[in-house]
Every structure is written in C-alpha cells, then in structure tokens.
Ligand binder design. Structure first.
Ligand SMILES: [Mn+2]
Length: 386
C-alpha cells in the first residue's frame, strides 16, 4: 500500500478527479446494443471480421494492472478509457459491446493494494470499492531470481488468459485495456487457446522479449514475448503452472521498435524473429512495412491476427503519458494506419491497448494519450476516415 501511494500521489494530485456520473451509466457484465438503425440502414462494422461469430461483438477486458513495471497509474487506464466514451464509440461503429467487471483483477492476494485506482474516484467501476478489497488477505511477493512481483503478474495473467479465451470462444473479439504490457502473457495465450494458428503483430517501441535471465530491471512488462515463445529461463514457477509456450518465432512480427536491449537483439537474431524498426518505417513507409509484416506472418491473409499495441510505439508527442516513452516514434497517422490496415484484412480476432498511464504528466498530455488509445481501438474495430 505504502510504496504504491508514495510513488503516485504527487503525480495524481495534479489531476482533477474525474467525474463518475458518466461511468455510473456504464454497468459491468452487461451487453450494450448498437444504436437502432435509423433511415432503414442497419449499422454494421465497416469490415467483416471473418473469424467472429454471430452479431459482431466486442468483449472488453479492462485490467487495472501495474505490477509488471515500477510506475503506478497505468492501472487507471481501463477506467479512463471507458469514462472517455469507449463503449459508446464502439457501439456507434456497429458493435455490440460486453464490458465485464474489473474486480477480479484487484482481489488477488499478491496485489499490495488498495491499488492506486481504489483511492481514485474514477476507478469505482462496476462493483469495485475499497470495502470490497479490505477482506482480501495480502501475501508477500518476493522477487524470484531477478523477476519482480512474479506471483502477482502470474496470477493476474492467468485470469486475463481465461477471460480472453472465454470471450474468443463465444465468437466475440476481446479488446483488452491494460494495464502494463506484461498482460500480453494472458491476452496472447488466451487468444491462442481459441485460435492456435493465430499470428501476433506487436506494435511497440520495445521488443518486450527479455527472459527472466536476461532482464536488467526484473520488470516483467519487458518479458511477455519470451514467455509466450517458451525461451530459455521461462519454464519457471509460478508461470509454468499455467502458461505453456504457445507462439512460434515465425508467428510474431514487430513494428515500431527503437529501444531494444543488447540481449534482446541477440534473441531476435538467434530465433530469426522479424522486426520492423523505426528505421524500416523511415525507409519503406508505413504502408509497405505493414504489407511486409503481414506477408511474413499471414501471407494469404487467412490466419487470425492478435494485435498487441503498446501506445509507446507512438511518438511521445502523440502519446506522452506512458511509462517508458522513447523519442523517434510513429506519427499519429502511421500509428493509426497500422490499425486501419489490420482491420481491413478482416483477420483481427483480439486487440490489446496497453501502457496508457493517466497519472503521468499534465492533464493535456493525459487527454492526448487517452484520446490516442481510444482512436486506436476504434480504428482496429473498423473506423475509417471516409
Ligand atoms: Mn510493450
């Protein structure tokens, strides 16, 4: 409790408390129907998402989680995105939207809460309140090797994996709102449980492919890809109790890299993992890069695609409020082009929007970053410019 509050209080105090009136109208565990069609036109998403079943439906997984890295506040993002109108915006694109409670991700014994979110009015979504968390017995979560908060990261990801899998198995599209990027252990494994041949497009400034051995910081948001691939050092408790290697090196492609650790570069080379850095975006343009990325993991556009989007792929001018910003990133349009082009394939089955941190920097920066998270989600779900 103390270390979380200490780190985040000065930052959060600079923000105005968000009004909760809007969110009060958004109930958890509820399906929001798209607006009834007017003038005889039925409202459908712009593209056919060919792997989904029934009425096009998004299942939002809001995961208020910051345990994969050291800065609190990233756990506030799901509520912030919901408050800013995500559900309504997606229903306006023709989707039915199912939004589940976030409670289960907080009521975890290793969560040293109350989390930064529970002290913030804006976080009281669904059934979450401080009263609900006080009965949870708190357990210590000491480092295992270099890994920080391993039990917490593992427990939360196990739940996320199950929720994403359940949503995907209904024929819906899971849209996971992080939280930090360690959550991709859960999202990608959940997607893979339903779609074993799914490929993974990872948009990020970082490769997030350190192993528990190679990581310098011990922050697990820098390691999810190594766990998904089952690289050396990842067959370790508590993760190996539920997370099995589910991704082949040829099934992932990166876009946007520009801050890759030495050991990560070696891992990428050793396993022949395709990566388009900002150098390639400069050289070929984003259109060509996305085409080459798809040709690598999905040459016939016949496989399901999981998109894991870290907003730090965007240039800090576009998305400043994120935990590990790196200059020289994707422009607003380059970043959105990726989501538009993937939506156009009709192959998207699962989308992550990760690492928005509404407690960092000034309100204007937060607003920009939240708006970018929203527009990336909308573009992934078929919003077009014309
Ligand atoms: Mn990342």
């Amino acid at each position: 409790m103390t270390f979380l509050s200490r780190a985040s209080a000065p930052l959060r105090s600079s923000l105005k408390a968000s009004p909760i009136s809007r969110i009060a109208a958004i109930r958890s565990n509820h399906i929001y129907s798209k607006p009834s069609a007017e003038k005889g036109d039925s409202l459908e998403p712009q593209y056919k998402y060919k792997f989904l079943k029934g009425n096009p439906t998004v299942g939002i997984v809001g995961c208020p989680f910051s345990g994969g890295q050291g800065r609190t506040g990233v756990d506030l993002a799901p509520n912030k995105l919901i408050q800013a109108g995500l559900v309504e915006q997606l229903t306006n694109l023709g989707w039915e939207v199912n939004y589940n409670s976030q409670e289960k991700y907080i009521d975890i014994p290793y969560n040293p809460i109350p989390p930064s979110s529970s002290t913030n009015q804006s976080a009281k979504v669904g059934n979450i309140s401080q009263d609900d968390t006080k009965t949870i017995q708190r357990l210590p979560d000491e480092d295992i090797g270099k890994m920080k908060k391993p039990r917490l990261v593992s427990s939360v990801n196990k739940l996320v994996s199950k929720e994403v899998e359940d949503i995907a198995k209904k024929g819906w599209l899971p849209l996971t709102l992080g939280g930090d990027h360690s959550l991709a252990m859960g999202t990608v494994s959940g997607t893979k449980a339903k779609y074993p041949d799914a490929c993974l497009i990872w948009v990020d400034a970082h490769a997030d492919i350190n192993t528990p051995n190679s990581t310098d910081s011990g922050n697990l948001h820098g390691c999810p890809v190594s766990f998904l691939l089952g690289l050396e050092g990842t067959d370790v408790a508590p993760f190996n109790e539920w997370l099995k290697p589910c991704l082949k090196p040829q099934e992932i492609v990166y876009i946007g890299l520009r801050d890759v650790d030495g050991p990560e570069k070696e891992i990428l080379k050793k396993h022949g993992i395709k990566a388009f850095s900002m150098h390639h975006v400069d050289k070929y343009g984003i259109g060509k890069v996305v085409e080459m990325a798809l040709d690598h993991v999905n040459p016939d556009r016949s496989k399901p695609i999981h998109l894991s989007y870290d907003v730090d792929a965007l240039d800090p001018i576009v998305a400043p409020s994120t935990g590990t910003p790196v200059r020289g990133g994707l422009s607003f349009r380059e970043g959105h082009y990726i989501t538009e082009a993937l939506a156009e394939t009709g192959c998207l089955v699962s989308v992550d929007i990760m690492e928005v941190n509404p407690s960092l920097l000034d309100p204007n920066s937060v607003e920009k970053t939240v708006a970018a998270g929203l527009s990336l989600a909308r573009a992934s779900l078929g919003e077009t410019l014309l």
